[in-house]
Design a protein around this ligand. Structure first.
Ligand SMILES: NC(=O)c1ccc[n+]([C@@H]2O[C@H](COP(=O)([O-])OP(=O)(O)OC[C@H]3O[C@@H](n4cnc5c(N)ncnc54)[C@H](OP(=O)(O)O)[C@@H]3O)[C@@H](O)[C@H]2O)c1
Length: 265
C-alpha cells in the first residue's frame, strides 16, 4: 500500500522488487507535458501505475497500464477549482487516487529588488498555493481509502540555496519543502505520506547550446559529473510513492548528482 499501512510484518513477506511496484495504483502528475513531468509520468507508468497526466497547454500522451488509455486532465492550477479538478476526474474515472506528484511550476527569472507584484504572485500562486490546494484535495481522497496514499512535491536545490535572478523561485521552493513537512504531520495518521524531491540541474533538449557556461559549471561542480535526466527524478518519485518508502514522510530527497555535498564557502 502506498501510505503507511504496509506495516513491518506485511512488508517482510514481500521482496523489495515487489514493494517498489505500483501495479494497480493511480498516480496523478502535474505538468506532465513539461520536461521533467513527462519523465515522471513515464517512469510511474513503467513501474505499473495508471497515470493521470495533468497539463495546462502542452500536448500530453495518455499513459495507461496494461495497454489501457490513461487520463489527461487540462487545468490552470492557479484557478481556485483547477487543482480540485484533477482529483475529481481521477476519482470519477478510477474510483481512487494513490499518488500525486506536484511537479508543475513556473521558473521565471527576475532581479529580487526589482521584482513586481505580478511576478511575485505568479510564482507563489503557481508553485506554492496550487501545491497546497492540490495536496488538500488529494489527501482528503487518499485518507478516505484504507490504503492511504503518497504525495511528492518537486522542489529544487534552490529551495536551500538561491541562485541569482531566482530569489522568488527559491522562496517558493523553500515553501514547498516546509509545506511537505507540515502536510506530513497533518495527514500521517490518515495513512498519507508527503515528501519532497529536490532536483539539481536537469537536462533538456537544447540546454547545452542555450546555456553552455551554466552546463559547464554544473559538470565541474557535480561529483557524478553530469546533468540529471527527467528519468532520474521520475525514479526518485516512484520510490517515494512505493511501499519501499512506507516509513518515510516529511523528508526531502535531494537528487542532484552530489552538488549539494560541496562546501558553500
Ligand atoms: N529544470 C530543472 O533543471 C529543474 C531543477 C530543479 C527543479 N525543477 C522543478 O521541476 C519541475 C519541472 O520543471 P521543468 O524544467 O520540467 O519545467 P517545464 O518543462 O517548464 O514544465 C513545467 C510545467 O508546469 C506547467 N505549469 C506552469 N504553470 C502552470 C499553471 N498555472 N497551471 C498548470 N500548469 C502549469 C506547464 O504546463 P504547460 O506547458 O501545459 O503550460 C509546464 O508543462 C518544476 O517544479 C521545477 O521547478 C526543475
Amino acid at each position: 500500500m502506498p501510505g503507511n499501512s504496509s506495516g513491518p510484518q506485511a512488508s517482510r513477506r514481500r521482496s523489495p522488487a515487489d514493494l517498489i511496484a505500483l501495479d494497480g495504483r493511480v498516480v496523478a502528475v502535474t505538468g506532465a507535458g513539461g520536461n521533467i513531468g513527462a519523465g515522471i509520468a513515464a517512469r510511474m507508468a513503467a513501474a505499473g501505475a495508471t497515470v493521470v497526466a495533468h497539463t495546462r497547454s502542452s500536448p500530453v500522451e495518455p499513459i495507461g497500464r496494461s495497454g489501457q488509455p490513461g487520463l489527461v486532465v487540462t487545468a490552470d492550477l492557479t484557478t481556485p477549482d483547477g487543482p480540485r479538478e484533477i482529483v475529481d476526474m481521477a476519482l470519477e474515472r478510477y474510483g481512487r487516487l494513490d499518488g500525486l506528484v506536484n511537479n508543475a511550476a513556473v521558473q521565471t527569472v527576475a532581479g529580487f529588488s526589482e521584482l513586481t507584484d505580478p511576478e511575485w504572485s505568479e510564482m507563489i500562486d503557481t508553485n506554492l498555493t496550487a501545491t497546497h490546494r492540490l495536496t488538500q484535495a488529494a489527501a482528503a481522497a487518499m485518507a478516505a481509502q484504507e490504503s492511504g496514499g503518497a504525495i511528492v512535491h518537486i522542489a529544487s536545490i534552490e529551495g536551500s540555496y538561491p541562485a541569482p535572478g531566482h530569489g522568488h523561485y527559491s522562496v517558493s521552493k523553500a515553501g514547498m519543502i516546509m509545506h511537505a513537512r507540515a502536510a506530513a504531520q497533518a495527514y500521517g495518521r490518515a495513512g498519507v505520506r508527503v515528501n519532497v524531491v529536490s532536483p539539481g540541474l536537469i537536462s533538456r533538449p537544447g540546454i547545452e547550446q542555450a546555456w553552455p557556461e551554466g552546463v559547464g559549471r554544473w559538470r565541474e561542480a557535480c561529483p557524478l559529473g553530469r546533468l540529471g535526466t527527467p528519468d532520474d527524478i521520475g525514479d526518485a518519485c516512484v520510490f517515494l510513492c512505493s511501499d519501499l518508502a512506507r516509513w518515510i514522510t516529511g523528508s526531502e530527497l535531494v537528487v542532484d548528482g552530489g552538488v549539494m555535498s560541496n562546501p558553500t564557502w
